[in-house]
Design a protein around this ligand. Structure first.
Ligand code: UDP
Length: 354
Protein backbone atom coordinates (compact mmCIF):
# COMPACT_ATOMS: atom_id res chain seq x y z
CA UNK A 1 0.00 0.00 0.00
CA UNK A 2 0.98 3.65 -0.43
CA UNK A 3 0.37 5.50 2.81
CA UNK A 4 0.59 9.23 3.50
CA UNK A 5 1.37 9.89 7.17
CA UNK A 6 0.70 13.39 8.47
CA UNK A 7 2.62 14.69 11.49
CA UNK A 8 3.30 18.19 12.75
CA UNK A 9 4.32 18.45 16.38
CA UNK A 10 6.64 17.03 19.01
CA UNK A 11 4.65 14.05 20.30
CA UNK A 12 3.78 13.06 16.73
CA UNK A 13 7.47 12.68 15.94
CA UNK A 14 7.73 10.31 18.91
CA UNK A 15 4.69 8.31 17.74
CA UNK A 16 5.85 8.17 14.12
CA UNK A 17 9.27 7.03 15.36
CA UNK A 18 7.59 3.87 16.68
CA UNK A 19 5.54 3.16 13.56
CA UNK A 20 7.44 4.40 10.50
CA UNK A 21 10.16 1.71 10.58
CA UNK A 22 7.80 -1.30 10.78
CA UNK A 23 5.36 0.41 8.38
CA UNK A 24 8.06 0.89 5.74
CA UNK A 25 9.07 -2.75 6.04
CA UNK A 26 5.69 -3.64 4.50
CA UNK A 27 4.32 -0.55 2.79
CA UNK A 28 5.43 2.60 1.03
CA UNK A 29 5.19 5.67 3.28
CA UNK A 30 5.26 9.36 2.42
CA UNK A 31 5.87 11.25 5.68
CA UNK A 32 4.38 14.75 5.54
CA UNK A 33 5.34 17.33 8.18
CA UNK A 34 2.86 20.19 8.30
CA UNK A 35 5.32 22.45 10.12
CA UNK A 36 2.94 23.00 13.07
CA UNK A 37 6.08 22.81 15.28
CA UNK A 38 9.00 24.11 13.27
CA UNK A 39 11.65 24.76 15.96
CA UNK A 40 14.54 22.30 15.69
CA UNK A 41 14.21 21.34 19.35
CA UNK A 42 10.54 20.41 18.89
CA UNK A 43 10.92 18.51 15.62
CA UNK A 44 14.22 17.79 13.84
CA UNK A 45 16.02 16.68 17.01
CA UNK A 46 13.57 13.77 17.29
CA UNK A 47 14.39 12.61 13.77
CA UNK A 48 18.08 12.51 14.70
CA UNK A 49 17.69 10.97 18.15
CA UNK A 50 14.95 8.45 17.48
CA UNK A 51 16.55 7.28 14.25
CA UNK A 52 13.33 7.72 12.32
CA UNK A 53 13.03 8.67 8.66
CA UNK A 54 12.93 12.42 8.15
CA UNK A 55 9.85 14.04 6.60
CA UNK A 56 9.55 13.55 2.82
CA UNK A 57 7.46 16.71 2.51
CA UNK A 58 7.65 19.82 4.72
CA UNK A 59 4.71 22.18 4.36
CA UNK A 60 5.81 24.96 6.77
CA UNK A 61 2.28 25.82 7.85
CA UNK A 62 2.94 26.77 11.50
CA UNK A 63 1.61 29.85 13.29
CA UNK A 64 -1.76 31.62 13.44
CA UNK A 65 -4.95 30.73 15.28
CA UNK A 66 -6.15 27.12 15.46
CA UNK A 67 -8.83 27.93 12.89
CA UNK A 68 -6.50 29.68 10.43
CA UNK A 69 -3.80 27.05 10.83
CA UNK A 70 -6.20 24.14 10.33
CA UNK A 71 -7.67 25.85 7.26
CA UNK A 72 -4.23 26.32 5.67
CA UNK A 73 -3.33 22.71 6.42
CA UNK A 74 -6.61 21.44 5.04
CA UNK A 75 -6.08 23.31 1.77
CA UNK A 76 -2.45 22.18 1.38
CA UNK A 77 -3.18 18.56 2.32
CA UNK A 78 -6.19 18.50 0.00
CA UNK A 79 -3.90 19.41 -2.91
CA UNK A 80 -1.21 16.95 -1.82
CA UNK A 81 -3.67 14.05 -1.48
CA UNK A 82 -5.19 14.94 -4.85
CA UNK A 83 -1.74 14.62 -6.44
CA UNK A 84 -0.59 11.53 -4.52
CA UNK A 85 -3.86 9.54 -4.33
CA UNK A 86 -2.47 7.19 -1.62
CA UNK A 87 -4.31 4.05 -0.50
CA UNK A 88 -4.64 5.39 3.04
CA UNK A 89 -3.78 8.32 5.31
CA UNK A 90 -2.36 7.78 8.80
CA UNK A 91 -2.68 10.40 11.56
CA UNK A 92 -1.64 10.49 15.23
CA UNK A 93 -3.05 12.08 18.36
CA UNK A 94 -5.09 15.24 18.62
CA UNK A 95 -3.46 18.24 16.97
CA UNK A 96 -4.52 20.55 14.15
CA UNK A 97 -2.35 18.41 11.87
CA UNK A 98 -4.32 15.31 12.96
CA UNK A 99 -7.65 16.94 12.21
CA UNK A 100 -6.54 18.46 8.90
CA UNK A 101 -4.98 15.19 7.71
CA UNK A 102 -8.05 13.15 8.60
CA UNK A 103 -10.60 15.58 7.19
CA UNK A 104 -8.68 16.22 3.94
CA UNK A 105 -8.44 12.46 3.41
CA UNK A 106 -12.10 11.82 4.20
CA UNK A 107 -13.13 14.60 1.81
CA UNK A 108 -10.93 13.04 -0.90
CA UNK A 109 -12.55 9.67 -0.07
CA UNK A 110 -9.22 8.17 0.98
CA UNK A 111 -9.41 5.77 3.99
CA UNK A 112 -8.12 7.27 7.26
CA UNK A 113 -6.42 5.48 10.16
CA UNK A 114 -6.20 7.32 13.50
CA UNK A 115 -3.62 6.20 16.05
CA UNK A 116 -4.53 7.19 19.65
CA UNK A 117 -8.21 7.29 18.78
CA UNK A 118 -10.91 7.31 21.47
CA UNK A 119 -9.11 9.45 24.05
CA UNK A 120 -11.47 11.94 25.71
CA UNK A 121 -10.99 14.59 28.37
CA UNK A 122 -14.70 15.54 27.96
CA UNK A 123 -13.60 19.19 27.96
CA UNK A 124 -14.69 20.79 24.70
CA UNK A 125 -12.88 24.01 25.66
CA UNK A 126 -9.64 22.18 24.81
CA UNK A 127 -8.77 22.59 21.12
CA UNK A 128 -7.33 19.06 21.26
CA UNK A 129 -10.69 17.59 22.38
CA UNK A 130 -12.46 19.04 19.33
CA UNK A 131 -9.73 17.60 17.12
CA UNK A 132 -10.10 14.16 18.75
CA UNK A 133 -13.86 14.00 18.36
CA UNK A 134 -14.01 15.22 14.77
CA UNK A 135 -11.08 13.08 13.68
CA UNK A 136 -12.58 9.94 15.21
CA UNK A 137 -15.88 10.47 13.41
CA UNK A 138 -14.25 10.74 9.97
CA UNK A 139 -11.79 7.84 10.53
CA UNK A 140 -12.21 4.40 8.97
CA UNK A 141 -9.77 2.64 11.29
CA UNK A 142 -9.60 3.71 14.94
CA UNK A 143 -6.52 2.35 16.68
CA UNK A 144 -6.98 2.82 20.41
CA UNK A 145 -4.51 2.55 23.31
CA UNK A 146 -6.90 1.11 25.93
CA UNK A 147 -10.28 -0.54 26.44
CA UNK A 148 -11.51 2.73 28.00
CA UNK A 149 -10.85 4.50 24.70
CA UNK A 150 -12.76 1.76 22.83
CA UNK A 151 -15.68 2.23 25.26
CA UNK A 152 -15.70 5.99 24.56
CA UNK A 153 -15.98 5.29 20.84
CA UNK A 154 -18.75 2.73 21.36
CA UNK A 155 -20.73 5.35 23.33
CA UNK A 156 -20.30 7.80 20.44
CA UNK A 157 -21.27 5.17 17.85
CA UNK A 158 -18.38 5.98 15.52
CA UNK A 159 -18.69 4.49 12.06
CA UNK A 160 -15.15 3.12 11.66
CA UNK A 161 -13.51 -0.13 12.73
CA UNK A 162 -12.21 0.12 16.34
CA UNK A 163 -9.18 -1.95 17.42
CA UNK A 164 -7.36 -1.96 20.75
CA UNK A 165 -3.66 -1.98 19.80
CA UNK A 166 -1.98 -0.35 22.82
CA UNK A 167 -0.05 2.89 22.82
CA UNK A 168 2.82 3.43 20.40
CA UNK A 169 4.53 5.83 22.84
CA UNK A 170 4.90 2.85 25.18
CA UNK A 171 6.91 1.13 22.44
CA UNK A 172 9.35 4.05 22.32
CA UNK A 173 9.54 4.41 26.11
CA UNK A 174 10.21 0.69 26.63
CA UNK A 175 12.98 0.83 24.07
CA UNK A 176 14.71 4.02 25.17
CA UNK A 177 13.91 4.61 28.87
CA UNK A 178 16.54 2.12 30.16
CA UNK A 179 19.27 3.90 28.12
CA UNK A 180 18.05 7.33 29.21
CA UNK A 181 17.78 6.27 32.87
CA UNK A 182 21.44 5.23 32.85
CA UNK A 183 22.63 8.64 31.65
CA UNK A 184 23.49 11.07 34.48
CA UNK A 185 24.54 13.82 32.04
CA UNK A 186 21.17 15.63 31.87
CA UNK A 187 20.87 15.62 35.70
CA UNK A 188 24.40 16.99 36.10
CA UNK A 189 23.71 19.64 33.45
CA UNK A 190 20.57 20.68 35.34
CA UNK A 191 22.43 20.64 38.66
CA UNK A 192 20.09 18.13 40.33
CA UNK A 193 20.34 14.77 42.12
CA UNK A 194 18.16 11.75 41.35
CA UNK A 195 15.00 11.65 43.48
CA UNK A 196 15.37 15.22 44.78
CA UNK A 197 13.74 17.37 42.12
CA UNK A 198 10.46 17.68 40.25
CA UNK A 199 10.37 17.86 36.47
CA UNK A 200 7.79 20.31 35.15
CA UNK A 201 6.35 20.98 31.69
CA UNK A 202 3.54 23.33 30.66
CA UNK A 203 2.44 24.48 27.24
CA UNK A 204 -1.32 23.97 26.77
CA UNK A 205 -3.34 27.02 25.73
CA UNK A 206 -5.54 26.52 28.81
CA UNK A 207 -2.52 26.82 31.12
CA UNK A 208 -0.39 29.54 29.57
CA UNK A 209 -2.48 31.80 27.31
CA UNK A 210 -4.48 33.58 30.04
CA UNK A 211 -2.08 35.90 31.97
CA UNK A 212 -3.91 35.24 35.26
CA UNK A 213 -3.58 31.49 34.92
CA UNK A 214 0.02 31.91 33.82
CA UNK A 215 0.74 33.90 37.02
CA UNK A 216 -0.88 31.09 39.07
CA UNK A 217 1.36 28.57 37.32
CA UNK A 218 4.44 30.62 38.19
CA UNK A 219 3.44 30.87 41.88
CA UNK A 220 2.64 27.15 41.99
CA UNK A 221 6.08 26.24 40.64
CA UNK A 222 7.87 28.67 42.96
CA UNK A 223 6.00 27.33 46.02
CA UNK A 224 6.23 23.60 45.37
CA UNK A 225 8.90 23.05 48.03
CA UNK A 226 11.38 21.09 45.89
CA UNK A 227 13.89 22.03 43.18
CA UNK A 228 12.01 22.45 39.89
CA UNK A 229 13.53 21.65 36.48
CA UNK A 230 11.50 23.21 33.69
CA UNK A 231 12.35 22.53 30.02
CA UNK A 232 10.48 25.49 28.61
CA UNK A 233 8.25 25.16 25.56
CA UNK A 234 8.66 28.16 23.18
CA UNK A 235 4.97 29.04 23.52
CA UNK A 236 5.30 29.24 27.31
CA UNK A 237 8.53 31.22 27.09
CA UNK A 238 6.82 33.76 24.81
CA UNK A 239 3.83 34.09 27.19
CA UNK A 240 6.10 34.47 30.25
CA UNK A 241 8.16 37.12 28.50
CA UNK A 242 5.05 39.02 27.42
CA UNK A 243 3.70 38.92 30.99
CA UNK A 244 7.06 39.99 32.48
CA UNK A 245 7.20 36.78 34.57
CA UNK A 246 10.20 34.99 33.11
CA UNK A 247 12.82 36.50 35.43
CA UNK A 248 10.73 35.83 38.53
CA UNK A 249 10.32 32.20 37.51
CA UNK A 250 13.99 31.86 36.60
CA UNK A 251 15.02 33.09 40.05
CA UNK A 252 13.34 30.09 41.72
CA UNK A 253 13.54 27.26 39.15
CA UNK A 254 16.02 25.75 36.69
CA UNK A 255 14.77 26.76 33.26
CA UNK A 256 16.11 24.75 30.33
CA UNK A 257 15.40 24.89 26.59
CA UNK A 258 13.04 22.18 25.28
CA UNK A 259 15.02 18.93 25.44
CA UNK A 260 15.49 16.01 23.09
CA UNK A 261 13.68 12.81 23.98
CA UNK A 262 16.65 11.11 25.65
CA UNK A 263 17.65 14.03 27.89
CA UNK A 264 14.02 14.62 28.82
CA UNK A 265 13.48 10.94 29.60
CA UNK A 266 16.67 10.85 31.69
CA UNK A 267 15.25 13.67 33.82
CA UNK A 268 11.76 12.16 33.92
CA UNK A 269 12.76 8.66 34.99
CA UNK A 270 14.90 9.94 37.91
CA UNK A 271 12.57 12.69 39.17
CA UNK A 272 10.80 12.61 42.53
CA UNK A 273 7.64 13.61 40.66
CA UNK A 274 6.44 15.19 37.44
CA UNK A 275 4.26 18.30 37.22
CA UNK A 276 2.72 18.65 33.78
CA UNK A 277 -0.18 19.67 31.57
CA UNK A 278 1.06 17.36 28.79
CA UNK A 279 -0.80 14.24 27.74
CA UNK A 280 2.26 12.24 26.70
CA UNK A 281 4.23 13.15 29.81
CA UNK A 282 1.46 11.91 32.17
CA UNK A 283 1.65 8.57 30.45
CA UNK A 284 5.46 8.42 30.40
CA UNK A 285 5.60 9.23 34.13
CA UNK A 286 3.25 6.32 34.78
CA UNK A 287 5.39 3.96 32.71
CA UNK A 288 8.50 5.06 34.59
CA UNK A 289 6.83 4.66 38.01
CA UNK A 290 7.18 8.37 38.75
CA UNK A 291 4.19 10.04 40.46
CA UNK A 292 2.47 12.65 38.32
CA UNK A 293 0.70 15.84 39.33
CA UNK A 294 -1.35 17.12 36.41
CA UNK A 295 -1.86 20.87 36.10
CA UNK A 296 -5.31 20.48 34.57
CA UNK A 297 -8.78 19.64 35.90
CA UNK A 298 -9.43 16.95 33.30
CA UNK A 299 -7.35 14.35 31.53
CA UNK A 300 -7.86 11.99 28.63
CA UNK A 301 -5.45 9.54 30.34
CA UNK A 302 -8.00 8.76 33.09
CA UNK A 303 -6.58 5.30 33.76
CA UNK A 304 -3.43 6.84 35.30
CA UNK A 305 -5.61 8.74 37.78
CA UNK A 306 -7.75 5.70 38.56
CA UNK A 307 -4.57 3.69 39.20
CA UNK A 308 -3.54 6.29 41.82
CA UNK A 309 -0.35 7.45 40.06
CA UNK A 310 -1.70 10.73 38.75
CA UNK A 311 -3.62 13.52 40.54
CA UNK A 312 -5.44 16.38 38.81
CA UNK A 313 -4.83 19.66 40.67
CA UNK A 314 -5.46 22.29 37.99
CA UNK A 315 -3.36 25.28 39.15
CA UNK A 316 -4.14 24.91 42.88
CA UNK A 317 -0.74 25.26 44.60
CA UNK A 318 -1.90 23.71 47.89
CA UNK A 319 -3.40 20.69 46.12
CA UNK A 320 -0.17 20.31 44.13
CA UNK A 321 1.94 20.24 47.31
CA UNK A 322 -0.44 17.72 48.91
CA UNK A 323 -0.31 15.56 45.77
CA UNK A 324 3.46 15.59 45.91
CA UNK A 325 3.45 14.26 49.49
CA UNK A 326 0.90 11.50 48.92
CA UNK A 327 1.41 7.77 49.47
CA UNK A 328 1.91 5.84 46.27
CA UNK A 329 -0.05 2.73 45.31
CA UNK A 330 1.71 -0.62 45.70
CA UNK A 331 0.91 -1.69 42.13
CA UNK A 332 1.17 -0.27 38.62
CA UNK A 333 -0.84 -2.35 36.16
CA UNK A 334 -0.07 -2.37 32.43
CA UNK A 335 -2.60 0.18 31.17
CA UNK A 336 -1.57 0.99 27.63
CA UNK A 337 -0.24 -2.18 26.12
CA UNK A 338 2.87 -4.29 26.08
CA UNK A 339 5.23 -2.14 24.00
CA UNK A 340 4.32 -3.84 20.72
CA UNK A 341 1.58 -1.49 19.54
CA UNK A 342 3.39 -0.42 16.35
CA UNK A 343 3.30 -3.95 14.93
CA UNK A 344 -0.47 -4.07 15.51
CA UNK A 345 -0.90 -0.68 13.86
CA UNK A 346 0.94 -1.90 10.76
CA UNK A 347 -1.05 -5.15 10.65
CA UNK A 348 -4.33 -3.25 10.97
CA UNK A 349 -3.40 -0.82 8.16
CA UNK A 350 -3.59 -3.72 5.71
CA UNK A 351 -7.36 -3.91 6.33
CA UNK A 352 -7.70 -0.56 4.53
CA UNK A 353 -6.27 -1.92 1.24
CA UNK A 354 -8.75 -1.40 -1.59
N1 UDP B 1 9.34 15.83 25.46
C1 UDP B 1 10.65 16.00 25.06
N2 UDP B 1 11.34 17.11 25.49
C2 UDP B 1 10.78 18.04 26.33
C3 UDP B 1 9.43 17.86 26.74
C4 UDP B 1 8.73 16.75 26.28
O1 UDP B 1 11.20 15.18 24.34
O2 UDP B 1 11.44 19.02 26.68
C5 UDP B 1 8.60 14.67 24.94
C6 UDP B 1 7.97 13.78 25.98
O3 UDP B 1 8.88 12.79 26.42
C7 UDP B 1 6.79 13.19 25.24
C8 UDP B 1 6.39 14.30 24.28
O4 UDP B 1 7.52 15.15 24.17
O5 UDP B 1 7.19 12.06 24.49
C9 UDP B 1 5.20 15.07 24.81
O6 UDP B 1 5.00 16.16 24.03
P1 UDP B 1 4.09 17.41 24.46
O7 UDP B 1 4.08 17.55 25.93
O8 UDP B 1 4.57 18.56 23.64
O9 UDP B 1 2.67 17.06 23.87
P2 UDP B 1 1.36 16.33 24.41
O10 UDP B 1 1.74 14.92 24.77
O11 UDP B 1 0.84 17.11 25.54
O12 UDP B 1 0.42 16.36 23.25
Amino acid sequence: MRIVTVIGNRPQFVKAAAVSGPLRAEHEELLVHTGQHYDDELSAIFVRELEMPGPDVELQLGGGTNTAQTARMLAALGDLLGDERPDAVLVYGDTNSTLAGALAAAQARIPVAHVEAGMRSFDRAMPEELNRVVCDHVSDLLLVPSQGAADNLARESVAGDVRVVGDVMVDVARLLAPRARADDGPLRAAGVTAGDYVLATAHRAGTVDDPQRLARLVELLLGIGAPVVLPLHPRTRARLEAAGLLDRLRAGTTILPPLGYLAFTALLTRARAVLTDSGGVQKEAYLAGVPCVTLRDTTEWVETVQAGWNVLVDLDAQAARAALDRELPATRPELYGDGHAAGRVVAAMATLAR
